[in-house]
Design a protein around this ligand. Sequence first.
Ligand code: FAD
Length: 484
Amino acid sequence: MPRIAVVGGGIAGLSAATRISRARPDAEVVLLEASPRVGGKLLRAEVGGAWVDVGAEAMLARRPEGVAAAVEAGLESELIQPLTTAALLRNRGRNARLPVRTLIGVPADLDAVRAAGVLSAETLERIEAEPAGGPYPPLTDDVSVGDLVSERFGAEVVDRLVDPLLGGVYAGRADAISLDAAIPGLAARLRTDGGSLLRAAAASLPPPAAAGSGSGGSGPASLPKPVFASVAGGLTRLPEQLAAGAIFSIRRSTAVRRIRRTPDGFELSLGAVPVTELLTADAVVLATPASKASMLLTDLAPVAGAELATVESASMAIVTLAFRGLPTSALPAGSGLLIPVVEGLRVKAMTFSSQKWPGVGAESGVFLMRASLGRIGEEWVLQRADDELVSIVRAELESITGLAATPVDTHVQRWGGGLPQYPPGHLARIERVRAAVAEVPGLAVCGATYDGVGIPACIASAHIAADRVLAALPPSGQWINGRR
Ligand SMILES: Cc1cc2nc3c(=O)[nH]c(=O)nc-3n(C[C@H](O)[C@H](O)[C@H](O)COP(=O)(O)OP(=O)(O)OC[C@H]3O[C@@H](n4cnc5c(N)ncnc54)[C@H](O)[C@@H]3O)c2cc1C
């Protein structure tokens, strides 16, 4: 029986193992996870007696992979969508409406940006005049989103709009995030045709969505699909369910320390150094963050290992507060608030979880909100004890919303190196990694480092890796006496 080892039990590893084991029931698929639990950046905790995600909390529903994985895992009837799409943007010490119809903050509809009231008249005029300016030759190289937007519309648009939105996804700064990676449709248009950024952004907008319609992506076909989805009880139930329904074996608390090629395939060294266990495998999927993948590729594919060693990652913390007995208007309406760096606060985003998702906190009668801290290069913000982080969040929550109530419970979740960074040139770097990995038959890589940090992108990369490994396995019948 062929054995496939999947290293890393985050959403990518679980998705790869699920796909391989479904396609090859004759194979032994073993998922090796270093920590005592699977799920990786998907984790939920009980705060104030209610379950809430303390890592990833929403998946893009416009891409099919996340919702499809939940449906296949038997969670279709438990898919939920946000109660509201309205969100706020902190702007010059006040709360403004987050502009709609932007591409991760890049203006695509001048009227919508004007209506939000976050940009100066001078900047709005500059955006309006941009289509008639130029010439704007086609882009030849990958650029940072921040540099492009700053050049066309001015720095204010980056500081006030693009940075907070992109920062929410990557915990990075707009001037160091690749246009090709972050907004590929827009990059493709500007590469082919050049021309106005405003026009290209408008042409790249997806059709308008209406949250509140459909049901978790499975509503009537005539209704637009919601942009985001989650699962009742927390998005973390997705990896939990994938693990519960697994037709592959899962070994928790089993770190892979080294992988070596052998004449028959691979040999993995597992566990603590003095009591290392060796596991042979015919194929390996590496689904760990870049730093670990880099280390594990040192012997197998040194060029890929060296490329992955250059991937930086941002650390973050999610601070969750549970309140009891809050009046309904205690917090501003909407799903939450984004805070640009230029506002000088330490919190970068707040999610009013009990206002955003149906049922969150309801079973124990608490109101849950979470705050996110930490961007690339801002590790100092996180170098504080948990209770200090809670105090910072409470103080900034009060200054923004006036809410001074004492929470009945708090939770601090740290995510050291939680989000890989996608600077200009990242996609070319990943092509080089994949080319080097492809030279080793039966080896594949997947996860947040490769094709996007969002959950659907991680699942998509897992499917690519799984298909690559499946293609390298001989057909079922060719496995005689358990060996080739
Ligand atoms: C705070 C936070 C909030 C986020 N919010 C969202 C969101 O709302 N929506 C969204 O789409 N995305 C969000 N993301 C991004 C998304 O959650 C991640 O990109 C994604 O979950 C990563 O999945 P992964 O499987 O690639 O890696 P991980 O989840 O990091 O899993 C990798 C696994 O590999 C294991 N591992 C590492 N080394 C070894 C080893 N040597 N041997 C065995 N196992 C090993 C780790 O323990 C881990 O379990 C968020 C990320 C963070 C940090």
